[in-house]
Write a protein that binds this ligand. Structure first.
Ligand code: IPM
Ligand code: SF4
Length: 425
């Protein structure tokens, strides 16, 4: 007969981040500890590709350990805008050809959208991207996070990385979304509630309890980095499981009684369309408070809101209407697949007939590098995720962030507007 084990021998319950990092590493880990984990996919974007190649070839004198686990995406400035951008993209193509890593070239789309479409982020995987919005992969319960060129190169060379296990914030939802209110509004409300640095280096663990589609979950996980989070994980559940197309291993679910630094609840029923005013993402207001502000450009696209559902949302408002002559509307699908589907079902025709200008799938003017940068004093309503000073062009331009439906209504009115202001919704 042995004595029963004292309670301290039973492992304490774990959050989702702790579960994934324990499973993919070599020991059970908790917040604050270091984890060395296997990396399932390393993603490199065009803006960083030259530094990545330099680190690999010169500093590490290494080739990718598992070429099939590395993807390069040409998306941020695509097609190339200058000779030096063209040179970087040329080097990326040569590197991919020489090493056998995957390359998604001009027009395939924005890195995060493309990796999700290609099945290169899956439940329980560790996905490192050279881009801060790599939190997007949390939509399918992958531990997705952004890192710099040096860390990315080390992961590509060794197949592993090390991480400090993040503390977690638990987000729960009550009620149901009203009509005209979207995942973008939920995400902006979540950032407002947490604050722009309220979740610094934390895991935001969203208990969706069967709510939200895969695309909506991408919007939620994408914005998590705007509260400073290391990772934004949506707990799998509900119909979305069938939507994944992959098995969800039992070990990704958080344990009952796991330890959270903070908990917030978002009441979906009470939520009204939201807008983030310049120049911080957490400067969130009801659209009705900002109604009437004159707008020069509306941009619908990006890794936050450039998916087919987003274009449908915009087209529902713009059908049979015209963009105000004092405003321009840019629509850039997040990927070639989104563009093809929106072409096939007539969405693009609806948008073009309303006066939209289409761009090549990719980031477009989101970070102010090309295809729609703003002049001093100009105002843009964008479906993207950042509105910092100078983000989309001149430092004296202003960017407001909103949902595709609000962006579409604004394009028609030429001023910040709700769909109901232009006879929709
Ligand atoms: C270019 C890239 C490094 C950058 C990021 O890390 O997020 C960009 O995608 C952005 O949105 O600001
Ligand atoms: S669409 Fe915008 S936020 Fe997303 S990766 Fe591109 S530049 Fe960054």
């Amino acid at each position: 007969m042995t004595d029963p084990l004292p309670t301290s021998h039973f492992p304490s319950p774990q959050t989702m981040a702790e579960k994934i990092l324990s499973q993919r590493g070599d020991k059970r880990v908790y917040a604050g500890e270091l984890a060395v984990v296997e990396v399932d996919q390393v993603m490199v974007v065009d803006s960083i590709v030259q530094s990545f190649i330099e680190r690999m070839s010169r500093d590490l004198a290494a080739v990718p350990k598992f070429p099939e686990r590395v993807s390069i995406v040409i998306d941020h400035v695509a097609p190339a805008s200058t000779v030096s951008v063209a040179q970087a993209q040329k080097e990326a193509r040569e590197y991919a050809a020489a090493t056998g890593v995957r390359l998604f070239d001009v027009g395939r789309g924005i890195c995060h959208q493309v990796l999700m479409e290609e099945g290169l982020a899956r439940p329980g995987w560790i996905v490192l991207g050279s881009d801060s919005h790599s939190t997007t992969y949390g939509a399918v319960a992958a531990f997705g996070t952004g890192m710099g060129a040096t860390d990315i190169a080390l992961a590509a060379a060794s197949g592993k990385t090390w991480l400090r296990v993040p503390e977690s914030v638990k987000v729960t939802f009550s009620g149901e979304l009203g009509s005209g209110v979207s995942a973008k509004d939920v995400a902006l409300e979540m950032i407002r509630a947490l604050g722009a640095d309220g979740a610094t280096y934390m895991s935001i663990e969203m208990h969706a309890q069967g709510r939200f589609t895969r695309g909506q979950r991408m919007t939620l996980a994408n914005l998590c980095v705007e509260a400073g989070a290391k990772v934004g994980l949506v707990v799998p559940g509900g119909e979305i499981l069938t939507d994944y197309g992959y098995d969800v291993p039992e070990w990704v679910y958080p344990d009952e009684g796991a330890n959270y630094m903070q908990q917030i609840e978002i009441d979906l029923t009470a939520l009204r369309p939201r807008m983030s005013a310049p120049s911080e993402v957490d400067n969130v207001h009801d659209v009705s408070e900002l109604r009437g502000i004159k707008v020069d450009q509306v941009f619908i696209g990006t890794c936050t809101n450039g998916r087919l559902d987003d274009l449908h949302e915009a087209a529902a408002v713009l059908r049979g209407q015209k963009v105000d002559p004092s405003t321009r509307l840019l629509v850039i699908p997040a990927s070639s697949q989104v563009m093809e589907a929106a072409m096939a079902d007539g969405t693009l025709l609806t948008l073009i007939q309303a006066g939209a200008v289409l761009g090549t799938p990719g980031c477009g003017p989101c970070m102010g590098r090309h295809q729609g940068v703003l002049a001093p004093g100009e105002v843009c309503v964008s479906t993207s995720n950042r509105n910092f000073i100078g983000r989309m062009g001149d430092k004296d331009a202003k960017v407001y962030l909103a949902s595709p439906a609000v962006a579409a209504a604004t394009a028609i009115a030429g001023r910040v507007a709700l769909p109901e202001d232009v006879g929709r919704g």
